[in-house]
Design a protein around this ligand. Structure first.
Ligand code: GGG
Length: 366
């Protein structure tokens, strides 16, 4: 039988640096656990634009559709700020998500005990925190039509449209309820039904899916602004949060600070099952390309390494091997290793991206 296939897209900024550490972890699984992958690598985002004049070539898109899972680093950077919108680096990532139909983006926010004092909130608020934000990823205001910048009289108008069909809400709600059944059995759905029609429909459909097929799961609804406040006040009240594309992006960045740093948050973007039963899937850290620290060996590779752990769990049914990575990360943090983003107190010297990778490999070996 052939090895499972992985397409690696390091992207821009710190993407290649953090992905270099993930590649070493992938090799470790081949060497030490007999879990080898057929790995291919390609360009996305600004790197693809520089080479081909487009942030994602049709060839790379076709490869992404064929492999068992895609691992992506990060896209974007100031170098590309003045490009036409249609070829901006982010368009490459959005095309991957849309054409692979990766509608359910799981963003776990877990606070490792060693970082509980470093979080932006008090230890008792975040210690033991383990929640997942399920962000709808292929629709909403990111993709709705009409969109654009038009001229109206003497001024320009920027337009984006929040749009959700019932079936789009239905399928992401189901993915959240299924996930909740494997965890704390609780879903909180967040929208703005007080001011947006799409929010009214969102709330109705989530409630209907619940009542018809998941009555055993505890369901609550919150306006997304109140949800943001509750997330900062007492995040442990949540188990699974399901929300739309834009709110999910904002709420998960806020949740990242509960865990200590945006450099800690992995993600899995999942679609419908393929012929082999595995979901279409793309794994990437929640963080972006961090151009201010790119190329300096300062980036935290943990979010990207934990994204590979999610790939082991969700694409390859290797939950125990995923746990092996999570335990190794827990150990290096408990040993006191900190990349620059995790340094608060004076007197603690940060380790480099490579040193953090070395320590995680050593912990895997132990
Ligand atoms: N690794 C995530 C990344 O590179 N994000 C940049 C980006 O394109 N973000 C768009 C979004 O998710 O809203």
């Amino acid at each position: 039988m052939s090895n499972p296939s992985l397409l690696i897209l390091p992207g821009d900024g710190i993407g290649p640096e953090v992905m270099a550490e993930v590649k070493r972890v992938i090799d470790w699984f081949g060497d030490k656990r007999g879990l080898a992958f057929d790995v291919s690598e390609d360009l996305v985002g600004g790197a693809a634009y520089d080479a081909h004049g487009t942030p994602l070539t049709d060839e790379t898109m076709a490869k992404a559709q064929e492999v068992d899972a895609v691992l992506l680093g990060a896209v974007g950077g100031p170098k590309y700020d003045n490009l036409d919108f249609s070829v901006k680096p982010e368009r490459g990532l959005l095309r991957l998500r849309k054409e692979m139909d990766l509608f359910s983006n799981l963003r776990p926010a877990q606070c490792f005990d060693a970082l509980a004092d470093f979080s932006s909130l008090k230890r008792e608020v975040v210690a033991g925190l383990d929640i997942v934000i399920v962000r709808e990823l292929t629709s909403g205001i990111y993709f709705g039509e009409p969109r654009g910048i038009i001229k109206e009289g003497n001024e320009r108008v920027g337009i984006n449209t929040q749009r959700y069909t019932e079936s789009e809400i239905d399928r992401v709600a189901r993915s959240a309820f299924e996930l909740a059944r494997k965890r704390g059995n609780k879903v909180c759905s967040m929208e703005k039904a007080n001011v947006m029609e799409s929010g009214i429909l969102w709330r109705e459909v989530v409630q209907k899916v619940h009542d018809e097929d998941y009555p055993d799961v505890e369901l609550s609804h919150m306006y997304a602004d109140a949800g943001a406040m509750q997330l900062c006040r007492w995040p442990k009240q949540f188990d699974v949060i399901v929300t739309d594309n834009l709110f999910g992006d904002l709420l998960s960045d806020a949740a990242a600070m509960l865990t200590g740093s945006l450099g800690m948050l992995p993600s899995a973007s999942l679609g419908a099952p393929m012929a082999n039963g595995r979901p279409k899937a793309l794994y990437e850290p929640v963080h972006g390309s961090a151009p201010d620290i790119a190329g300096q060996g300062k980036a935290n590779p943990i979010a990207c390494i934990l994204s590979f752990a999610m790939a082991l769990r969700y694409s390859f049914d290797q939950g125990d091997e995923a746990k092996r990575i999570e335990t190794a990360v827990e150990k290096v943090l408990a040993d006191g290793l900190r990349t620059a983003d995790l340094i608060g107190e004076e007197g603690v010297e940060p380790v480099s991206t490579r040193q953090m990778g070395d320590a995680i490999l050593a912990a895997l070996d132990a």
